[in-house]
Design a binder for this molecule. Structure first.
Ligand code: PAF
Length: 283
């Protein structure tokens, strides 16, 4: 496995590989854990050339977010990718990835999804976040010439928006969604779990418990979203709740009475360290 830091070097490798192989991309921000490993394992099983990008993307962080303290663990990431059988890690610096104008004027050409996709859920409390995500993912698609790209279902709104972007911008990339990986007690794996204090870690599992309870009620025939939301909220008393919502899987619009495939999503900050965790469950 090779670790590449320069776009020019990546382009050379991609040019050669693309002649005989289908290239797959696993885009990550590093601090890889078993959730990422499941994306990489799936990509390795289904493709003959796998590129894992490790890049903490500045354009998707707001001014008061955790860009500076986001965990950076490249040595461990390299080991995990090597053990999983990836072919390339692409780990550019921000200056390699973005042009000078971004650092001088905090501006760059952006790929901006429509307002109706971003004016809710994570997009509402993180203005500009999905512009940054779509921009970097577009750049990675162009750089890697990937045929398939693997994304976790935990970032459900991100997955929905990227699928829309691929279709609306005619990218020739198949988006492969991968199931959420959980710790033994149900907590969804996340690089941000490393921020949790001991007491936060105990509370954090309530997010998944709330989702599970709501699903149980739905399976018993409760189809009013508000009842399910209230049920999940009861598990989040100690949290600073950003949202608990039920949306249609089809268009990500909120639903009152559930008639078709639906997703329940939670974003909440933990009581002690105010770590913002997200999770979801298909009802
Ligand atoms: O999900 C993530 O880790 C990031 O948003 C992504 C897709 C790698 C883009 O920076």
């Amino acid at each position: 496995m090779k670790v590449i830091y320069k776009k020019s070097e990546l382009k050379e490798i991609v040019k050669e590989a693309a002649k005989t192989k289908d290239i797959a991309l696993v885009p990550t921000m590093g601090a890889l854990h078993k959730g990422h490993k499941s994306l990489i394992d799936k990509a390795v099983n289904e493709n003959d050339f796998v590129i894992v990008s490790v890049f903490v993307n500045p354009t998707q962080f707001g001014p008061n977010e955790d860009y500076d303290k986001y965990p950076r663990t490249l040595d461990n990431d390299i080991k995990l990718c090597e053990n999983s059988g990836a072919d390339i890690i692409f780990a550019p610096s921000p200056k390699e990835m973005y042009d000078e104008i971004y650092f001088e004027e905090k501006e760059t050409t952006l790929v901006c999804p429509p307002y109706k996709y971003v004016n809710k859920l994570c997009g509402k409390s993180r203005p500009g976040h999905f512009d940054g995500v779509c921009t970097v993912v577009s750049k990675l698609f162009n750089l890697t010439k990937c045929k398939r790209a693997y994304f976790g279902k935990k970032d459900a709104q991100q997955l929905f928006i990227i699928k829309k972007m691929v279709s609306e911008l005619d990218f020739d990339v198949e988006i492969v969604p991968v199931d959420i990986v959980r710790e033994d007690d149900g907590l969804a794996t996340s690089s941000r779990n490393t921020y949790l204090s001991e007491s936060d870690r105990i509370f954090a599992v309530n997010i998944h418990k709330g989702l599970e309870k709501a699903k149980e009620l739905y399976q018993k025939g409760i189809i009013e979203s508000q009842t399910l939301i209230d049920t999940a909220m009861a598990y989040l008393k100690d949290f600073d709740v950003d949202y608990v919502e039920v949306v249609s899987l089809e268009d990500f619009e909120k639903i009152g009475t559930i008639k078709n495939e639906a997703l329940m999503l939670i974003a909440a900050k933990t009581p002690d360290k105010k770590v913002r965790l997200i999770d979801n469950i298909e009802l």
